[in-house]
Design a protein around this ligand. Structure first.
Ligand code: PEP
Length: 258
């Protein structure tokens, strides 16, 4: 069954007390809501330093923990890296892999991302794999080519049985943190394209069940049009995930839309 998800990527924001406050505010706003956890997922991906503590604050029946990144090797002399086992040991279930900010600033390429995804899956973490084109790609009409190659280079190397443990987030780079959101039509056509690619490669049922998130300046004022699209299964949320009320409103909007 396809899962609908709102995931908050806090990026390099909040110190620990601020993060504790934000997580508690989200918890209390979610309040008594009882949603079907097989059908809906709420994930927060705070900085590494917060994971252990926030794991103690959140109710696992409502929110799941995600990490924003993960090291590419299992363990060893990789100063400053955080391993899959370390994440698992503090209760992390999801890991964002291939965010455009890491592709840009840390020069992470598809080969490295595939390594990370394989390791995450082997360890039992669920990757949220990000794809998306830059503005110049879209202006040149190459957005489908860019996303196709990102998916082919990484996702197509995986085994079909892994697909139920992966989420793909389409995040047009020009929409991330810019306030410029893709139109529901632009986002839907890319999501339909990705779903078709997955279906062609792994079978139609895998395509139908795949969770595809939109990311890029998604917030309560524009989410209705996005979440109502048939191939958009939720959002990877940056800026708006730092405001408890906005984040929980997005959860409500997704449940309402699906
Ligand atoms: C993101 O970082 O994944 C993101 C979508 O950020 P924002 O919502 O701020 O554009």
């Amino acid at each position: 069954m396809r899962k609908f998800v709102v995931a908050g990527n806090w990026k390099m924001n909040t110190n620990l007390p601020e993060g504790e406050q934000l997580a508690s505010d989200i918890m209390s706003l979610l309040g008594q809501r009882n949603f079907d956890l097989d059908r809906y997922g709420v994930i927060i991906a705070p900085p590494y330093t917060h994971l252990y503590r926030l794991g103690q604050i959140i109710d696992n029946n409502k929110i799941r923990l995600g990490a924003q990144n993960m090291g590419w090797e299992e363990k060893g002399a990789f100063t400053g890296e955080i391993s899959a086992d370390m994440l698992l040991s503090v209760g992390v279930e999801y890991v964002i892999i291939g965010h455009s900010e890491r592709r840009k600033y840390q020069k992470e390429d598809d080969q490295l991302l595939l390594k990370k995804i394989n390791l995450a899956l082997a360890k039992g973490l669920k990757p949220i794999f990000c794809v998306g084109e830059e503005l110049n790609d879209r202006e040149a009409g190459k957005h489908f080519d860019v996303v196709r190659s990102q998916i082919e280079n990484v996702i197509f190397s995986l085994e079909v049985h892994n697909m139920e443990n992966i989420i793909i987030a389409y995040e047009p780079v020009w929409a991330i943190g810019t306030g410029k959101v893709a139109t529901p039509g632009q986002a839907q056509e890319m999501h339909a394209f990705i779903r078709q690619m997955i279906a062609d490669k792994f079978g139609s049922q895998v395509g139908v069940n795949m969770t595809l998130l939109y990311g890029g300046s998604c917030k309560p004022s524009n989410a209705e049009g996005l979440f109502s699209q048939k191939d958009i299964d939720g959002g990877l949320i940056g800026g708006a995930s730092l405001k408890a009320q906005d984040f929980v409103t997005l959860v409500d909007m997704l449940i309402e839309a699906k």
